[in-house]
Design a protein around this ligand. Structure first.
Ligand code: TYD
Length: 135
């Protein structure tokens, strides 16, 4: 359910030389990290995502700049604005997501609980709604 998806406040070590943030599997996020990928050079006006995952857990961090993420569990939708390197949005399985409003120069880092697997994707919204209702 969408209520399991939350902004995680990550540790931030600050001093006059700058900030440092770290993320530990199972400590700050409820999964083991198997893969990291990132979106960058995203043209203004782009919409990404547009799918759900059957089993994948993810944490999304705006490493630079900002963007929005709209989550949808088939019942409720919620829009999140990410613009801090020390915040991550945790997304549990079976959540439809869309990313938009990318600022220029933004970098979207995704920590994922598994390797890339096209079989884990639901890319059709109506198929997603049916699968979500059957859970
Ligand atoms: P996709 O997940 O559809 O991107 P987004 O949700 O950000 O819009 O992936 C885009 C393409 O990249 C698609 O052809 C699959 C490929 N891809 C990989 O090969 N490995 C990966 O880890 C990811 C996330 C995508």
């Amino acid at each position: 359910s969408i209520h399991l998806c939350k902004i995680v406040e990550l540790p931030k070590i600050s001093n006059s030389q700058g900030n440092l943030t770290f993320i530990e599997a199972h400590n700050h996020i409820p999964f083991d990290i198997q893969r990291v990928y990132y979106l960058y050079d995203v043209p203004g006006g782009s919409v990404r995502g547009g799918h759900a995952h059957k089993n994948l857990h993810q944490l999304i961090v705006a490493m630079s700049g900002s963007f929005d993420i709209v989550l949808d569990d088939g019942k409720e939708k919620k829009r999140f604005h990410l613009n801090r390197s020390y915040n991550g949005l945790y997304i549990c399985p079976m959540i439809w997501r869309e990313l938009d409003n990318f600022s220029s120069g933004s970098v979207c880092m995704v920590l994922a609980s598994n390797f890339y697997d096209e079989e884990d994707y639901l890319r059709d919204y109506h198929t997603f709604l049916t699968a979500a209702a059957d859970r």
